[in-house]
Design a binder for this molecule. Structure first.
Ligand code: SAM
Length: 341
């Protein structure tokens, strides 16, 4: 199974690939098209790439950037050497001229030290000068990965550590430029296929209206399962890729235009699931859902919903130590529901 060295991400499915991919293979024709409708870190899409044409979607632009870099991109690779050659001059230019300085002005001594912020701005500026959109996406992916490594946080960007935290000095002393060069090497041997993969970035409701979706055989759905909004946990990565100088609010300096997913509200989640399940049933698409047995929608309710739309629906439970990104590990079960047309 192809695994992607990717960002630290809440709900990432790397450890469940051996359970999820065979379910998708069971219902999808050879050389069929699979839509990873909420792709997040792209861990599942990357593994699927070996077997199928893959379409990805996510509302967050950082996820879309990763999709462009490693799912849609079929030819470009980067390495430490290419990065140094292509980026060093403009990194130095920005360190001197401060053409990009949003991170330094906004986040110094919060999620990152002042020096780390200066380098984030400088690398981001230099990447913005790269013409090829896939190379640009690969470098942004490496920068996100480096930022996730040096962040002074519990593992996500919903809050930063207090200044007297014992880990803050070693974290803020980390050399983000060296981390970035190293991360560039992670993508020097990407898995390529000759398939015409596509990346989308929108609310899934809009996506389902597109013509491109008509040819999809199977939808893989891995929605948020708790009230935690991804837009709050990963606002820093969103701002990095957009680099649009947003207004920020609260102590944690969140961008103020955060998307609120209805999957994160107990009174709305059932309707969200029903929208996707009924779409798949009416349009002759298979559907594979992964969800937690402690999700906002109860396991039995979700399965009953699937069975009301599909004649063939099967449920599996897998013991799973779920990473809660900083809140320790919880013993949970992951449920996988496979619905065949
Ligand atoms: C559980 S994560 C997906 C994890 C992914 N399978 C992985 O392995 O990394 C859920 C994703 O759903 C996305 N999301 C939430 N609501 C959405 C919506 N209405 N439309 C599109 N994406 C949405 C979030 O941005 C988040 O990346």
């Amino acid at each position: 199974m192809n695994t992607l060295d990717t960002i630290r991400y809440m709900g990432i499915k790397t450890k469940l690939l051996d359970n999820i991919i065979p379910e998708i293979q069971k219902v999808t024709p050879k050389n069929g098209i699979v839509l990873d409708i909420m792709a997040g870190s792209n861990a599942v899409s990357y593994a699927l790439k070996e077997f199928f044409t893959v379409y990805t979607n996510d509302i967050q632009e950082y996820s879309y950037t990763i999709s462009k870099a490693v799912i849609e991109n079929q030819a470009e690779t980067i390495s430490k050497e290419t990065a140094k050659k292509e980026l060093s001059e403009n990194i130095d230019k920005n360190l001197q001229d401060k053409l990009y300085n949003f991170f330094e002005n906004t986040y110094s001594d919060t999620y990152f030290s002042k020096k780390q912020c200066e380098y984030i701005d400088a690398i981001r500026y230099s990447v913005s000068q790269i013409k090829n959109k896939y190379r640009q996406a690969l470098y942004l992916f490496a920068l996100m990965d480096a930022m996730c490594k040096v962040q002074s946080t519990p593992g996500h960007f919903a809050q930063f550590m207090p200044s007297d935290h014992k880990r803050i000095i070693p974290l803020q002393n980390m050399d983000i430029l060296e981390e970035f060069w190293d991360k560039c090497n992670n993508y020097s041997a990407l898995c390529f296929t000759d398939k015409n993969n596509k990346a989308f970035c929108m609310d899934y409701k809009e996506l389902l209206k597109l013509n491109d979706i008509k040819s999809v055989d199977t939808v893989y759905l891995d929605s948020p399962y708790s009230q935690e909004q991804y837009s709050r946990f990963y606002h820093i990565l969103e701002t990095l890729v957009k680099y649009d100088n947003p207004k920020v609010d609260f102590k944690a300096k969140y961008r103020d235009d955060r998307f609120q997913s209805d999957f994160c509200y107990k009174n709305r989640v059932k309707k969200e699931f029903e929208t996707i399940i009924s779409f798949c049933s009416k349009n002759g698409k298979n559907l594979v859902i992964s969800y937690s047995n402690k999700g906002l929608l109860a396991e039995n309710e979700l399965f009953a919903l699937c069975k009301s739309y599909f004649k063939k629906a099967e449920l599996k439970e897998i013991d799973y130590k779920h990473s809660t990104q900083g809140k320790g590990e919880q013993k949970l079960k992951e449920i996988i529901i496979t619905c065949a047309k």
